[in-house]
Write a protein that binds this ligand. Sequence first.
Ligand code: NAD
Length: 448
Amino acid sequence: VPIEDESPLRVSVIGTGYLGATHAAAVAEMGFTVIGVDTDPAKIAALEEGEVPFYEPGLPELIRKNIAAGRLSFTTDLGAAVAASDIHFICVGTPQQASSHAADLSFVEGATRAVAAALTHDGLIVGKSTVPVGTAQRLRDMVDAMVPTSLHVELDWNPEFLREGYAVEDTLRPDRIVIGGASPWAEGMLRRLYGPAIEAGAPVVTCDLPTAELVKVSANAFLATKISFINAIAEVCEKAGADVTTLADAIGYDARIGRRFLNAGLGFGGGCLPKDIRALTHRAGELGALQAVGLMQQVDEINMGQRQRVVELAMSTCPVNILNARVAVLGVAFKPDTDDVRDSPALNVAAALHLRGALVSVYDPEANATAKRSFPTLTYAASMEAAVTGADLVLVLTEWPEIAGADPEVLGRLVAHRAIVDARRCLPAQAWRDAGWHTATLGSAETE
Ligand code: NAD
C-alpha cells in the first residue's frame, strides 16, 4: 500500500468552476487538506479571497470557513498542487464542441496530462467531469504510458451528481457515490475521503470505468426525457382542454413515476443536460447503439421546440405589434437558484423576441450580470418593478420564488397592458385573472 492507511489524505482539485469549487470546499469541510487549481487567474484570485465568481447558495461561507481553518487554498500552479497531494480530482469542463454534438474533451485531456506529467510520487487521479463512455480508459492508458513504472499511479472515475443551487448540500450529502475502475487500494482511499457521507448513509456503487461514465450520462438523459415527456403530454393537454399540472400531480403519486422533473413549460437548459444528451447521441451513434440515438434526438427536439412555442405564444398574446412592443422578461437563469445562463431557454426566448424587434427589459434576481455578458444588447433592470414598468407584455421564464410570488395588483399598476405569459406554469393563474390580467401558458387551455 503506497499511501499509509492512517496518513491524512491531501487532495488537489483541478478546475474550480461550479463543480470543482464546490467539491474542493466540501472535501475540505470533511477535514482534508485541499488545493484548488485553475488556469483562470481571475477565478483563483477571487476564490483566494473567499469570493465565489458565480452564485451558489452557502458556497462562499463554506470556502471562507475552510480557508480560515487552513484546510483550503487555491493556486494556478498545478505542479505545486500535484506535488503536495495524494488524490487529484479532475473537475474541468466538457462543453459541447462548437461544430458538432460531441463533447469537447480537450480540457479533460489537457488537465489529466498535466497532472500525470507533474507526478513525482504515488497518487490517485480521479475523474469527476461528465465524459462520453470510453474516455476514462483512454485517459488511463495515456497516464500509464506517461508515468514511470517506479510510481504507483491509478486513474479512476467518480462522476458527480450535484445540482446547481443545491451544490453544497448535494456534495456533503450525496444520494450515491459511484466509484468506477478502482483497485482495492484506490477504493480504500476514496472510501476514507467520503467517509462522513458514507457513514451518513450514502450508498456506494463500485463498477468498471465505462459503467461509471454511463451512470452519470444516463441519469441526465433520464431527467431530460422526463421533462420532454411531460412537455409532449402538455401539447395533448392544450389541444384536448386538459390541465397538465393536475395530470403531473396525479401521475406523480405513483412511486414508479414520481412528481419531480414533471413540470411542463419552457424545458431544460444549463451547462449539463443539453450538452450531455447531445454527447450521448453522438457517442451512441459511434457505438452503433441506434435506439439511444433516436430517443435522445427526440428528447432534444421536443425541448428546443418548447422555446419556439413560447416565442409564438408571446407573439400571439402580445396586445400590440411585437415590433417595438415593450416586453418584460422575468427570469433569465436556466433555472432558479443559480446565475447560470449557459444554454438558458429563458435567455433564448428573450433574445428571439429582441431579434423580432421587441424592446426587451430583463430582470433576474441573480443572473442579470451573467446574462448581460452573453447578451449585452438587451436592457437589464435592477428590479422586477423596473422591468415591468410600461410593459405591453410580461413573460415569466424562470420560476424564482420572488417571481412566482409577485403581486398581480402591484405589477398591474405598473404595466401598460395586463398581459402575461407564464412559461413555467408557476403563477396562481386565477389570482392573476382576478386582477384583470390576460394570462397565457403552455399545457392547458388556460388562456383568457
Ligand atoms: P465550469 O466551466 O464552471 O468549470 C470548469 C473550470 O475548469 C473552469 O474554471 C476552467 O477555467 C477550468 N479549467 C479548464 N482547463 C483547465 C486545466 N487544464 N487546468 C485547470 N483548470 C482548468 O464547468 P462545471 O460546470 O464546473 O463543469 C465541470 C464538469 O463537471 C463538466 O464535465 C460538467 O458536465 C460536470 N458536472 C457539472 C455539474 C454542474 O452542475 N455544473 C454537475 C455535475 C457534473
